[in-house]
Every structure is written in C-alpha cells, then in structure tokens.
Design a protein around this ligand. Structure first.
Ligand SMILES: [Cu+2]
Length: 254
C-alpha cells in the first residue's frame, strides 16, 4: 500500500485555511469556584441633560419629540446603559442570552444591549408603522431590516459573529438610535437604571475590566437631523476574583 504524500501546494493551501492563532475562539467550560464581579457606573458632578430630539415623521404615532437616551442618570448618579466587559476570557461560562431589540413607541428598547457571538438576537417591531432597523459596525452594514408590520420579528443571530460596537439607526426616523455591543465572551453586562451591574461565574484570577459608554456631549446634527454626540468613553481597571469571591469595581463618568 502506498500512502499519498500531499504536495507542497496542498500544504500551503491548508496553512492558508488555518485560522490565525491570535483569534483564539472562546471555549465554554464548567467554571470551578467561579466568582462575581459587580459594581456601579456613576456620574461625577452635575450631569448635563441631553435635549429631546424632534420627530420628523409619523408624529401621530411617535409624538413631536422623543427623549434623548444618550445619558440616562438615575438615583444617586447611577448611569444606565454603560457596558462592562471582562477582557480576554477565553474559557468560561456558557453564553445563551436571548435578546429582543424592540421598535416600541418609536424608540429602540433597549437603547444599549450587550451579547456574545451565538447569543440569540431578534429585532422586533411593536408599532403599526414602518421602522427600518439598520446596524453598522464602523461604516459597513451588519444588518438592514425593513419591518413594515406590527409584531414582525427577524432573527439576526447569525449576523453578529464579530466582536465590536454596532451602531443601530432607524432609516425612517432619525430620532431613533441604539447600540449593540458584541463581546468576545459572555462576560459582559449593561448597567441598569441604578447604574449597577453584575457578572457571575467568573473564573478566579485577575482580569482586565473595561467600562464603555457611548458618549453624551452634543456635537451637532447630521444631514438627516440625527443628533451626534462625542466619542465613546472607556475606562479600564484590573480586578482580582478569589475562588467563589465577590469583587467590587466602580466606574465614574464625567
Ligand atoms: Cu423608526
């Protein structure tokens, strides 16, 4: 019997097909003695109040103006809609979030969501008017969905394979916007109305933890009248999680 020896060309082809080593895929494993990272995002000082945004279409349904959600500050300065991410966790808990981004009352609900690749994500329209949900990762379009009828729902799970921050707009209504943060692991959380977050099942060890906020200082409007805000803010800290321990880390926005 003669074993076939692959030619140099075949070997080169195999090398080119191999994924780059740097992009290590996340692996779901049973977490032993997992801990918790928790804390809050608070605004330092007196927060500015972003102005309401004029509505240019379907005013009978949407009203004349919509609240800006660029900066939402609750009791004791807690900031809603910050995203907290543990970095470079390559092995850990199983994901499995199930998120619906709802066009509801001419707003995206929720304004900020965070998922990992593979989490189920669907876009819904709860209004009886056309919304067109358009997601961008930088300049390229990630999804572009016309939802003309009430209770329509489209699954976008398979579009969200690449980590990054997706800016979501409605092509029909410039006052509508949202953010979807796709993290490279399920170790991610969005701060609630009190600014609080909690990430569980964290493997013991020292991790980099980053807070991301979309930015909130007004920077004029684009050609469609869509308000623009300054650049996203990020703050990175280190956190050490003891076996079965709870580590607290707070962030400030100013
Ligand atoms: Cu819309």
């Amino acid at each position: 019997m003669r074993l076939s020896v692959p030619s140099a060309g075949v070997l080169l082809g195999l090398l080119l097909l191999a994924p780059p080593v740097a992009a290590a895929a996340y692996e779901a494993v049973a977490v032993v003695d997992g801990g918790v990272v928790q804390g809050a995002l608070r605004f330092a000082g007196t927060p500015p109040r972003p102005e309401p945004i004029p509505v240019n279409k379907n005013r009978d349904v949407c009203g004349d103006r919509a609240p800006s959600e660029a900066l939402v500050v609750g009791p004791e300065g807690g900031v809603r809609g910050g995203v907290v991410l543990l970095e470079r966790v390559t092995r850990g808990k199983k994901g499995g979030a199930d998120v619906i981004l709802d066009n509801h009352g001419c707003l995206f609900v929720g304004h900020v969501t965070a998922v990992a690749p593979g989490d189920r994500v669907r876009v819904k329209n709860s209004d009886a008017i056309l919304h067109n949900t358009h997601g961008f990762l930088g300049k390229p379009t990630v999804f572009n969905l016309a939802l003309p009828t009430r209770d329509q729902m489209i699954d976008i799970t398979r579009r969200l394979t690449k980590p990054g921050v997706i800016r979501v707009l409605c092509d029909a209504h410039p006052h509508m916007s949202a953010w979807i943060v796709v993290h490279d692991s399920p170790y991610v959380a969005v701060t609630d109305a009190r600014g609080a977050f909690r990430i569980g099942d964290v493997p013991p060890g020292t991790w980099k933890v980053t807070m991301w906020h979309a930015g909130f200082r007004p920077k004029g409007r684009d050609k469609d009248g869509r308000p623009l805000y300054d650049e996203p803010r990020t703050v990175t800290k280190a956190v050490t999680v003891a076996p079965k321990g709870t580590a607290s880390v707070d962030f400030e926005l100013r």
